[in-house]
Design a protein around this ligand. Sequence first.
Ligand code: GLU
Length: 380
Amino acid sequence: MALERKQHLSKVKRVVIKIGSSLLTNTSKRTIRTGFLSHLAFQIKALQQKNIQCVVVTSGAIAAGFYQLKLKEKPKEIAQLQALAAIGQSNLMHSYVQTFKKKNLNVAQLLLTWDDLSQRSRYSNAHNTLNELFRYNIVPVVNENDTVAVEEIKFGDNDTLGVLVTHLSESDLLIILTDTDGLYDQDPHLNPKARLIYEVDSLNSDIEKNATSSKSLVGTGGMQSKVKSAKRMMQSGIPMVIANGKLKNVLTRILNAETVGTFFYPTHLKMNSRKRWLAWGVKSNGEIRVDEGAQKAICDKGKSLLPGGIRSVEGNWSAGDVVKIIGVENQEIAKGVANYSSSDLDLIKGLKTEQISQKLGRKSADEVIHRDNMVKMDYF
Ligand code: GLU
């Protein structure tokens, strides 16, 4: 842990605040908690006055739709959930607009799917949009575009979306606000003796095991998806905090480096934007399995992937798509932009680079994946 918590927090100029459905909606009254939103706006205003820009990742669209239709149980079918999100999202944004306005804050709505960001150019467009919003001092409020998101293009939960938005907005901290005080050593719902963990500087399997997926009536991810997000943040060199959104002035207290919630230290150096996008912003289209020699060249020597070390090719992709590189123990060792399509690669796998043009009648590159277009995932 090179820097202390306080040092990390003193550097924060931009922060992403992820708000869970259970904080935003009142399960007994079946309404959006405008009191919570109003205190959130108050804290964001205070942060802005300290020159800290804020992005909100909000949940609650499905829950708001669910309450409006007065349903007793959360439906399971995707089309039903999508309809609820469409109903609830506008109510939710209306509440944000109204309550933030009272604190002299303007908000903007961004609805994203994974698919939108998997093209580097669209990712850059979204990044530019966010920058413009900051220039106007507007608070971006982001949610998943649930209406169009089907399984393949879904983030699945807003904890994952929070990670992506932190990278996309070039923020220095992700705060996940939930209805518990942070990460416990055991499930506090099952064991009253469970103890809160104040700081995490490496993720061991115990922590991951203890993070249960028990959820509130309206939430999606539970602690498991929060720990998964923490792991990604730590690896990308950015700290994260899980804290109780019901605590008064929780955001200002976190940024004042008070011991609130669980603080996750970055374990790696900050990656550049392109590598972060490659690692976590884009889904892969297939897999390349490599032999031990190629694995060592990539992991230990920082080399590019050449056709000689490829054992097999799985999936269907075109040149320019992002694929995973799988090592000898079946682990993902890297991700990168392939210079050859899956069908071309199937023909040249195992060959020497000099043999590529002979086999294909052309050669677009010596490397199947160039080092500059690759990110190592060896710490997974
Ligand atoms: N996008 C969902 C909603 O707004 C929430 C997903 C989540 O809470 O993780 O209702």
